[in-house]
Design a protein. Structure first.
Length: 308
């Protein structure tokens, strides 16, 4: 908890995807039951609750803050529980990593933060030109949305990002889309596998897992393309900061089969792991074959296909 955060605000900031709707007391979607501890009302907008519900310990998470340590019973949203939203946002900054890759940083309005889970995607449009990109930021980052934009020829949206787009320009955001999200019930060690720009959704998943302190251990394998390991310093910082995180960069290659075989050979106990992979459909199918052949359970293979 920080300052006067409501239970809802604190949970979202820590990556816990509690179910909610309006966040201002009108819908009642953030109902929860206090099992122990003491809470105090900080917003007088829980009028959607019946008196009998209040007497049974039911609160709106957007209206109450804890007085001491509390245990609550609440609904956690999955990918299919979060509705598609439309919002008007502003460009915060454009971060050009190199001629092949840039990050578009967007700031959602105070009154309408985007609900999403790590690994999901959004459509973003500027003056009628549109693209769909995986979100690279963590759901715990409040109003900040990061998209990583690979440079592609003959793409009007990409040219705006690398060319004339500037801070405070208005963008339209719609989403989230996709079900490439964490299995939050799994205690297994995790291998993250990113191919090129597939690092974007993998970055979001890693940061979400970190905020929830989910995995026993996390290994990141990043197979670069022409954009290189454009956030190499960030990955190395994760390794320095966390005892259970390992970063293993792989150079661009014309022999992906050999690289994949080298990766799986390092894990003689793949049956213990979850694997999250993002790349093109061809890259993912190659990788899936190698991991399953070496013992990964098919059900523990999670993948996100890049929109190319």
């Amino acid at each position: 908890m920080e300052g006067n955060d409501t239970l809802l605000e604190a949970a979202l900031r820590n990556g816990v995807s509690l179910n909610y709707g309006c966040s201002n007391g009108n819908c009642g979607d953030c109902k929860a039951r206090v099992l122990s501890g003491e809470v105090t009302k900080v917003h007088a907008h829980d009028y959607v609750l019946k008196e009998a519900e209040k007497e049974a310990g039911t609160i709106l998470l957007c209206a109450y803050a804890p007085v001491n340590d509390v245990v609550i019973e609440a609904n956690v949203a999955g990918a299919r529980d979060i509705p598609v939203q439309q919002l008007t946002a502003k460009v915060k900054s454009i971060e050009v990593f190199n001629p092949h890759m840039a990050a578009l940083h967007i700031l959602a309005p105070r009154s309408q933060r985007l609900r999403y889970l790590g690994g999901q995607s959004v459509d973003v449009s500027i003056d009628g030109v549109k693209g769909r990109y995986a979100i690279a930021s963590c759901p715990c980052e409040d109003r900040h949305i990061e998209l990583q934009i690979p440079r592609r020829a003959d793409d009007a949206f990409v040219e705006r990002v690398f060319g004339s787009l500037k801070p405070n320009d208005v963008v339209q955001v719609e989403g989230p889309f996709g079900e490439f999200v964490l299995d939050e019930d799994s205690p297994r060690p995790v291998i993250f596998l990113a191919f090129g720009a597939g690092f974007a959704p993998i970055k979001s998943l890693i940061q979400h897992a970190m905020s929830l302190e989910l995995a026993e251990s996390m290994d990141l394998h990043w197979v670069a393309d022409e954009a290189g390991h454009y956030q190499d310093n960030l990955c190395r910082a994760w390794t320095d900061a966390l005892d259970n995180f390992n970063y293993l960069p792989h150079a661009p290659t014309d022999d992906l089969e050999a690289v994949l075989q080298g990766i799986v050979t390092d894990y003689p106990d793949l049956h213990r792991f979850d694997v999250y992979a993002a790349g093109t459909a061809t890259q993912l199918e190659q990788a899936r074959r190698h991991f399953v052949a070496e013992g990964l359970h098919e059900a523990r293979w999670f993948f996100g296909v890049l929109d190319t």
